[in-house]
Write a protein that binds this ligand. Structure first.
Ligand SMILES: Cc1cc2nc3c(=O)[nH]c(=O)nc-3n(C[C@H](O)[C@H](O)[C@H](O)COP(=O)(O)OP(=O)(O)OC[C@H]3O[C@@H](n4cnc5c(N)ncnc54)[C@H](O)[C@@H]3O)c2cc1C
Ligand code: FES
Length: 271
């Protein structure tokens, strides 16, 4: 796994793809990111605005990489306003990514949680794993990265779930995953999305005795294990994660899905 690559590199935005009314994928070329492990993240500096952590949603061997950004505040709004040719700063890739399991894998993602799962699916397929993906969203218009997932899935299967039933399975991604786990046995679960999705998948992993990895988010400033802003139990999410294995997830299960810390380090409830 590439280690921390501390310096900021200026990269030019090559292309923006509108995924939904609130989400865009931004492509750029960077050879350090090309060596990233799926699940690793970059710190993205928007000049004059802020620096924010983002998972890599594409990791091309030719250096073509992307981030998939939901517009939630100042920095992400500025990222949405970028045009091809504009420059942003990139630090990383940082952190611990997913490990690749060659057996039968259930990959469950919701919203921008699909971002780090797309390159993971590609690597799992390349390693010969048997993959079933559950891609969840509230409604059809919020389904993102569907074409990228389809491209990454060579032999694997895909279930799309929407909470309002407007596309695919009607219900939560975790409910679709629960049905699959009831019918079939899996060797490994990979999950990313809202913390409710991760805590439910952890319960199911325990119930069905399946190994699991999940990518977590906490407030990040330095991204390299120095400032302590991303602490979760005994861990620093930027250095020890963002991908946590089942043992680590169980260790932090008291905090997970309940509270996180804001910019000032104060505990606030997880929505
Ligand atoms: C490892 C990791 C990977 C992430 N990957 C993605 C991704 O692929 N796509 C995506 O859309 N978002 C991702 N995020 C979340 C993203 O970093 C925040 O949405 C972004 O920082 C919001 O910044 P803002 O200025 O637009 O919003 P603000 O108004 O500043 O914040 C809105 C909310 O975003 C979160 N946030 C803000 N700043 C940070 C920060 N420095 N670190 C962590 N969370 C923050 C907080 O929950 C805050 O309440 C990731 C976060 C982490 C930690
Ligand atoms: S963001 Fe500074 S220690 Fe994790």
């Amino acid at each position: 796994m590439p280690s921390t690559c501390g310096g900021v590199r200026a990269v030019r935005v090559l292309r923006l793809v509108v995924e939904s009314t609130t989400t865009k994928t931004i492509f750029f070329r960077d050879f350090l990111c090309a060596g990233a492990v799926p699940g690793q993240f970059v710190m993205v500096w928007v000049p004059g605005v802020d620096e924010v952590p983002m998972s890599l949603s594409a990791i091309g061997h030719d250096g073509l990489c992307s981030i998939t950004v939901a517009r939630v505040g100042e920095a992400t709004t500025a990222l949405h306003k970028l045009k091809p040719g504009d420059k942003i700063g990139i630090r990383g890739p940082f952190g611990r990514g997913f490990t690749i399991h060659r057996g039968k894998c259930l990959v469950v993602g919701g919203g921008t949680g699909m971002a780090p799962l797309v390159p993971l699916i590609q690597r799992l397929e390349a390693a010969g794993a048997k993959v079933h993906v559950v891609l969840g969203a509230r409604t059809t218009g919020e389904v993102i990265l569907l074409e990228a997932v389809k491209r990454a899935l060579k032999r694997g299967r895909l279930t799309v779930s929407t909470e309002d039933g407007s596309l695919g399975f009607k219900g939560l991604a975790t409910e679709a995953a629960e049905e699959l786990l009831r019918r079939e046995s899996y060797d490994k679960i990979y999950a990313c999305g809202r913390e409710g999705l991760i805590t439910r998948m952890l319960e199911l992993a325990v119930k069905h005795d399946v190994d699991m990895e999940a990518s977590l988010e906490r407030f990040m400033k330095c991204g390299v294990g120095l400032c302590g802003s991303c602490c979760l139990g005994p861990y620093l999410v930027c250095r020890d994660g963002p991908v946590f294995d089942k043992k680590m997830l169980l260790e932090v299960s008291d905090e997970l899905g309940r509270f996180r810390r804001d910019e000032a380090g104060r505990p606030i409830p997880v929505e």
